[in-house]
Design a protein around this ligand. Structure first.
Ligand code: GLN
Length: 188
């Protein structure tokens, strides 16, 4: 199995390290040439969604990545990755990858609560999962019955799945807990 990790910006190395610790081969995607390699799944890391979006556009990756996800390539987006997958932001259409039927709110927790840790259950995947939030978004609402809510923190949706798309508002790659990555790999 080979997993592509979008490496335009953000915490992509941590995802690679976690996958490699699970014995999964990874490669970084920065340009179209990288993208042309065979891949069984894609990871979109946390970071800054506006920067990643700009780089997706200028690199020419936006359209092929979107098409691949729509055709069923399994994808796991964390934090900024969740934002890039979302179809709406604050009730308005987003210009991102727009493959996931959710409405997000960005930088949801204000300045003082910019970063925090919580522990929560991820339905059917993990109990007492450590969640690291860094200027995180949350999911305001789901836009399709196909979207399954996997986790809530403080009454806010923070993890969802829709078909082969998995997205979390928190950063599982920044903890030592590999259960979500393990789950993602198993579904691939
Ligand atoms: N606040 C960032 C954004 O809007 C996301 C933060 C993160 O990925 N840790 O893109």
């Amino acid at each position: 199995m080979k997993v592509a990790v979008l490496a335009l910006q953000g915490a992509f190395i941590e995802h690679e390290q976690m996958l490699q610790s699970l014995g999964v081969e990874t490669f970084q995607v920065r340009q179209l040439l990288d993208w042309q390699q065979h891949k069984d799944a894609l990871i979109i890391p946390g970071g800054e969604s506006t920067t990643q979006m700009r780089l997706l556009q200028t690199s020419g990756l936006l359209h092929p990545v979107r098409q691949a996800i729509l055709r069923g390539l399994p994808v796991f987006g964390t934090c900024a990755g969740l934002i890039l997958l979302a179809k709406q932001e604050d009730g308005q259409p987003r210009s991102g990858l727009c493959t996931l039927d959710i409405d997000v709110h960005r930088n949801a927790y204000g300045r003082q609560l910019g970063s925090f840790h919580a522990t929560g259950n991820v339905a059917g995947i993990a109990t007492d999962f450590p969640m690291t939030f860094i200027r995180a978004p949350y999911v305001r609402r789901t836009l399709s019955p196909d979207v399954e809510i996997l986790s809530e923190a403080d009454g806010r949706i923070v993890a969802v799945r829709q078909g082969r798309q998995l997205a979390t508002a928190f950063h599982p790659e920044l903890t030592a807990d590999t259960r979500l990555h393990q789950y993602f790999i198993e579904t691939v």
